[in-house]
Design a protein around this ligand. Sequence first.
Ligand code: SF4
Length: 175
Amino acid sequence: METQRRVEPVEPVIKFALLDDVLNLARANSLWPMTFGLACCAIEMMAAGASRFDLDRFGAGVFRPSPRQSDLMIVAGTISRKMAPAIQMLWDQMPNPKWCVAMGNCAISGGPFEYDGQYAIVPGAGLILPVDIFIPGCPPRPEGLIQGFLALEDKITRGEDRNYLRRFHRKGGKL
Ligand code: SF4
């Protein structure tokens, strides 16, 4: 005797993503870093963009020649006090939304130069810019930068708050 299989009715599932979520996903996977380097860490940044490490795999290989076309500033290297106003100007010329990565110990805290008692070095990009991700190392390897990219992409996808407090301090603060 043939038994008839009972088929459970399938409930239609329709999910709508918020427009913000879709935009954040698109932003996270199409970062355009600015072509910009300050010291030795920038060599590792260039290596990360070259064929061996291939930042294009993460949608971030299109280094732009102008701040007006960029949405990511990678502070790669030592920030001298003389250079700091120029860096801030470049940051201000970038359109919103934009993100900042501090790459290497110099960009995080002034690095070996700060411990050396150098008066000419800014002890950290966080004092002049709203940094989203810090990547330690002297210098960090390209894999470190890639890990930083993944952390940033994760942060953008989640739509995390963009550290407005630091930006507020920057406006009122002095070097
Ligand atoms: S952290 Fe090290 S490698 Fe990077 S800019 Fe400073 S001294 Fe050079």
